[in-house]
Design a protein around this ligand. Sequence first.
Ligand code: SF4
Ligand code: SF4
Length: 448
Amino acid sequence: MKATTAAGGGFVGYGPGEKPRWEEYSKCIHCGLCLNACPTYRELGLEMDSPRGRIHQMIQVDRGRLAVAESFVRHIDLCLDCRSCETACPSGVEYGRLVEAARGQIQEYYRRPAAFRLLQRFFLCQILPHPSRLEKLGKLLRFYQRSGAERVVLASGLLKLLPRHVAALAPLAPRMEKPFFTERLGAVVPAEGPRRYRVGFLAGCIASLAFARLNEATVRVLARNGCEVVIPAGQGCCGALQVHSGLRERARELALRNIRVFEDGGFDAIVTNAAGCGSVLKEYPQLFEHEQQAHYTAAQAFSKRMRDVTEFLDEIGLNSSFGRLERRVTYQDSCHLLHAQRIRSAPRNLMAHVPGINLIELKESEICCGSAGIYNVLHPEMASRLLQSKMKRVDESEADWIVTANPGCLLQLSAGVRASSRPERRVMHVIELLDEAYECNSASGRRI
Ligand code: SF4
Ligand code: SF4
């Protein structure tokens, strides 16, 4: 159905371009088995904020019975794109594709509030895709965080004068590290011992500034497992946040840049430590289904070699010369590792190799912690409710360390720990745990 202007504003029917496809939404048999897997439905109990309800609304728009207007946009926006519903669905509905296409339509044909558009244009279009601008902003932020200015601003209440979405960024802004991992672009790190694999490392955009130590640990762990690690210059933002926001054209540009940078490296695998990035990197071909065949073919070749670092290490057989870490540990599944990439056992298998680790299964570890890219900035109330539920489960586990597999989850869980009764609890990536266990061994028996 062609889009027409609705009486109350917005459009009835989808406009030209990518949209939720009949081939996909017609697989939904409305059984409702996804409802209890959906974080927003669990919190609100509203059908309109469930996967089935959202799919129903998408169908109604396609049939010309509902407008792409405020109500539709609100329910689609409140979705975390966590894809827990995909895991629960017996009919194989690829819900992520549907919601991302719906957001593409919203992006094209619905006028959002000015503050939202400003934030989106500035952050997702003008900063993230441009490594030099991002690095300059990172340096400014680092100065602001380390000079004491941040403390003064937070204490002064000045932030209340800013638009809500901008003010919400302040306490959630990741800590900038020194040095940035961008210094390592272009480096080739040799394997420890005989070279078994040659891997390309995709370092991430914000991760290169705020998770530089995690990236260094990833390189060390790969090298200890016989990998020569190449960190190609010219790589950049993977486009995940743009895909999740419906900015598909911008995401295609970013995808093509990464595909070109990695295509001639002779890599056995291209590796990331960010589950949210990894799922989009593996799904690059979806961005080019209606584009030039050459781009689609190149995207397929790229995504075939793409691996999450936990998946890759589990596949190649882990070097388990670890020292002992006597710790009670729990693991929060990152949604885009578990539900989008269907990787559940790899991180658990890796941790099981470390002597002394007591891995306690976290109840509802498959439910989102509320991070979901920039969701916690755009929907702070829902994100906070989800985080509170998560922290209750963490408390029940009595774990000393919370381990996960995605930088966004690390930030969200760290915020939860800071606000909890046990702020000394550590939050870490699986790779950081392995790195510490290797280090513990090489420090001849030193215990952490
Ligand atoms: S992606 Fe997550 S939040 Fe969105 S409908 Fe599915 S389960 Fe619910
Ligand atoms: S589980 Fe799948 S088929 Fe059933 S209502 Fe949810 S999306 Fe539709």
